[in-house]
Every structure is written in C-alpha cells, then in structure tokens.
Design a protein around this ligand. Structure first.
Ligand SMILES: [Ca+2]
Ligand SMILES: [Ca+2]
Ligand SMILES: [Ca+2]
Ligand SMILES: [Ca+2]
Length: 538
C-alpha cells in the first residue's frame, strides 16, 4: 500500500469487495485484519489507487493530491507574493499561504525596522522605522526634545539648544569610601537612566542604579555581581525596559568577562554569563546592543591575554535572551599589543577601536566588521600620538574617534583631539584639537545628533578639573564656546554622557563635592530647549 492512499469506502463500493477478502465494511469497527490491496487480486489490471480526488490522502494540506488516471498525483500549493521583504510559506495545517515580514515592528507604530546593515527606507531595507523601540520615532513624526530622531531624518532633536541645569548633582556612591563611573544609558521603556559604577565598600564593587532626575533621584544601589571579590563596573546599554552590562571579576581566580541583563528594578534576568574562560586576564569589556531583523543581539569585545605576545582583542555575540551565540572570536591578530577596545555600530559596519603599540609609544588601531563580527576589514592606524581614554562614536554614517594625550611624564596634554573615519576606516577629517588649550585636558564623552555632536570633557582651569561641553560640526569644528557643566571650582572629571527622558543629556562623572574626601560618582545633566525648527515644541 502506498503511503498516502487509504482503503476507502469509495473503493469498496465501487468493486463490491467484502469482508471475506479482509476489508471491513464501511463504518464498522473491528479488530484490524490485514488489508488486501487491489493489485494483490490481480483483477484490476494496472495498479489502481483512486477513482476520485477524495481517495488520495495528502501528507499535508500544502501538498494536496488529485486523482489522475486512477493514480494519486501530488501537487503543491505555490505561495509567492513577489515581495522580497516577506518569507513566503504555506501553513501545512490549513494549506493557506503565509507571507511573514522579514523585519519586525516591535514598537507597533506601523513602521518596520530595516534589515541589519541597511539604512531605514533604503532600497532593500524592508523597513523605514529609524527607531523600532520607540513609537515616538517614525517617518513623518514630529520632532521634539527627547533624545530621539522623531521624524527619521537622521538628526536627533533638530535645532534644539542645550543649557546647563541649575539643579545640584545627585551623589550615587553615597556611603562608599570612593567611586568611579562605569557607564550610563537610558531606557526609553521605563523612562529612567541606568548607571553602573565601581564603589569601594571594603572591596571594589560594580554597582547598578537607576536615575530618574525629575522624580527626585536614584533607585536603590544593587551589586552587579554578588561575589566575594573585587568587581569593576563596565559599560551598560539599555532598550525598552532591559539593561545589559558587562564587567570583569576574578571570582574564579583569573579576571574574566561576565555579562548579565537587568530589569529597571535592578533585578537580574538570569545567572551571570561567564563570557571568557581562558588563561591570562580578560579585561575592559565594551558592549553594544544591535537590533536584528526581528529581535536584538549584544556584541561584546575585550582585551585578552590568553594568546600571549601582548594579547589580542576578542569578541562575543550574545542573543537577545542573554545566551552566547557560538564561541569567543578573535578580532585582532597577535602582535599589536592591543588594549581598551571600543565597539560601535554604524549604518553598515561595526567599528572596533583599540589602543595599540606604535613605533614610538602608543597609538590607535581601527578595524571594522559586518554586524555578526564577520568580514573583517584591514587594520588602520589612526593618526594619534600617545592617546588615552579614546572613544569611537557613530554619527551620520561616519565614525568619530576622540582621545586625550598622555605626555612623557604621564601628565595629560592640554586638549581633547579627534578625527573622522569612514565606516571602513578611511580618514575623512584629519586629526584636530576639539578644545582650546587648557593647562590639562583629559577624558571626554561624545553624544551624536547626526548633524552635529555634543562633546563633554574635563579640563584644568585655575586650581581644579571641571566638566565642560560644546557642540561640534560633523567635521569636528566648534559650533560654540565651552560651557561649564559642573560647579565652578569644584573638582569634577571623567564625564560619561547619554540622552535622557526629556531630551536632557545626563552626565555621570567623578567628583569631590566641596573638594573634600575621596572621589565619588555623581550625576548631573544639561537641558534640551526647543529651537526654532521644532514643529511641536514641548
Ligand atoms: Ca516600528
Ligand atoms: Ca518607531
Ligand atoms: Ca529628526
Ligand atoms: Ca527628538
């Protein structure tokens, strides 16, 4: 008996077979007995399977069978909608065509996100939502002060003006002997910042806290890792109501890289993920979150000693639920003596910046990858002499690299420096100073707006460091003078900046309130004011 052909009542009726031949009467129920097929009788001539279509039993409804010349012929439901942005398929339970969009509309604003590596709305992108985690951003939306590109023209808060706020800074490492910032991000779903910082409470402890400046301050301080050992805060990313951070600790003797996700109450969503597990230290993680076509993914990089010879930069992909995708990936060759990697997502490439050995002293190296850490580009030497605390920022389809200089006697130089690269590393804007010469300048943070960037940095004027900001063109020319962000005469340095809920830019920094005691971690912000370009002023 051929698969898919049933001994059907229509055959019984047609040939008048009876139960003596082993067939049961239609509708009767009895113990199974061997079924004798027509060909066994050799009375029907050529093998016969069916008289009508109903005699043929399809395997699934997407492969119906028809009776043609007394044989069951399988057919196929063709499902083609000629739309390259759908996956065409047939539902075998119903036999109906399914045309599943390749890209998600997670924020349910009616606009889909583009495929990874495509700009929103680009030919073949399958989506034109420039921010699929916010329904307040979509093509044709109304621009407002909120840190988002509401109208998807590639520019955040078009024409907005930023001013220093009068509110006093919020002390985050209260009760600790000492603190230093790790990272700050903003969760649009929860409307709060997420910050991680290291505070010294006997041992060094990576600590997570939410900050809601307008609701009066910070959430409870939560240890990132509950281990009886030093942990050091790393970067943090956030989207929706999920924050993710990576850090290093030595719970297993050797410093390794760990990763975990938190909700906005600071509760861990899973056990800590140990990302690296090899001889030698693994240090200084850099983390970013990427939308995929229908979900999200995390990319991590760090410096790793496992291969000797000065080590190399390793990377790891982690899926949206926090599980590793394959193993650790070698991102640089051995021999560059690389350290302090920074990864960033551009429009078509992932950029990797790292400190490396130079013919004299230290320099900066750059390379790029596709969005899965594949297709590595060549290693490019960035024009930077003895840089420290270098960053890489995606702005308008290009990468901005900035740093401060370390002089021969280890003191910082007098300015913050920067250059602009294409997403594959070609120099587009030559290295230039981003700030006027001060006695010393060190540490900075850049917030990209698409048509400009806002630089935060610390410089020494008179008797102490303070934090300043200014706006830069995409080619890194100053748009305005430096403005003081922190209190005049009060020590403040090492700013880390991120957009916040009302378009203000939050700044996590190291400071000594009243210039007394050990350095602590504080938060302040600058406000966004609607400029004349706003169609919907706040
Ligand atoms: Ca959307
Ligand atoms: Ca959107
Ligand atoms: Ca815009
Ligand atoms: Ca906006």
């Amino acid at each position: 008996m051929r698969h898919g052909v049933r001994p059907c009542c229509s055959l019984v009726r047609a040939f008048g077979w009876v139960s003596g031949l082993g067939l049961l009467a239609c509708g009767s129920r009895a113990e199974p007995t061997p079924v004798v097929l027509p060909e066994a009788l050799d009375v029907t001539g050529p093998r016969l399977e069916c008289l009508v279509d109903e005699d043929c039993e399809p395997r699934d409804l997407c492969h119906p069978q028809r009776c043609v010349d007394e044989r069951c012929i399988e057919e196929r439901v063709e499902c083609v909608d000629a739309d390259p942005c759908t996956r065409d398929g047939c539902d075998s339970a119903t036999g109906r065509c399914d045309f599943v969009p390749l890209t998600a509309d997670e924020d349910a604003d009616g606009y889909r996100r583009p495929l990874p590596g495509f700009q929103p709305g680009e030919l073949g992108s399958c989506g034109d939502d420039c921010n699929d985690s916010s329904p307040l951003a979509s093509p044709g939306g109304d621009e407002r002060c909120d840190g988002l590109d509401n109208d998807c023209d590639g520019i955040v808060d078009n024409g907005a003006l930023f001013t220093t706020r009068e509110a006093p800074p919020i002390l985050l490492s209260d009760g600790a002997e000492q603190g230093s910032p790790g990272g700050i991000t903003f969760s649009d779903g929860a409307g709060v910042y997420g910050a991680v910082f290291t505070q010294r409470l006997g041992a060094s402890q990576s600590t997570f806290r939410t900050i809601a400046p307008r609701e009066g301050g910070a959430g409870p301080a939560v240890p990132v890792a509950e281990v009886n050992n030093d942990t050091f805060a790393g970067p943090i990313v956030g989207r929706g109501s999920v924050f993710a951070t990576a850090w290093e600790d030595r719970r297993d003797d050797d410093y390794e890289i760990y990763f975990n996700r938190f909700n906005t109450r600071g509760e861990k969503l899973a056990p800590d993920l140990r990302v690296s597990n090899a001889a030698g230290f693994s240090l200084r993680p850099s983390l970013l979150e990427l939308p995929t076509a229908t979900s999200r993914e995390y990319l991590l990089s760090w410096e790793d000693e496992r291969d000797g010879g000065g080590g190399r930069i390793y990377g790891q992909r982690i899926d949206g639920s926090g599980s590793p995708l394959a193993g650790n990936l070698e991102l640089t060759p051995v021999g560059l003596d690389p350290s302090s990697p920074n990864i960033v997502a551009g429009t078509t490439r992932i950029g990797l910046l790292f400190n490396q050995a130079a013919s004299e002293g230290r320099g900066l190296g750059f390379t790029s990858f596709d969005f899965q850490f594949g297709d590595p580009g060549s290693i490019v030497n960035v024009d930077a002499e003895n840089p420290d605390a270098a960053t890489i920022t995606a702005n308008g389809g290009r990468f901005v690299v900035a740093w401060h200089v370390v002089l021969g006697d280890s003191r910082p130089g007098s300015q913050i420096w920067g250059t602009v690269l294409s997403e594959t590393g070609e120099p587009l804007v030559p290295t230039k100073p981003l700030t006027r010469a001060a006695e010393f300048a060190r540490y900075h943070s850049l917030v990209p707006l698409g048509d400009r960037l806002i630089l935060f940095w610390s410089e020494w004027r008179g008797s102490t460091y303070a934090i300043y900001s200014r706006e830069l063109t995409p080619d890194l020319d100053a748009l305005d003078e430096a403005r003081l962000v922190t209190s005049d005469g009060e020590e403040a340095y090492a700013p880390l900046a991120a957009f916040g809920p009302q378009g203000e830019i939050g700044v996590l920094f190291t400071g000594r309130p009243g210039n007394v005691g050990q350095p602590q971690v504080l938060f302040t912000s600058i406000s966004c004011d609607s400029g004349p370009d706003f169609s919907l002023p706040r």
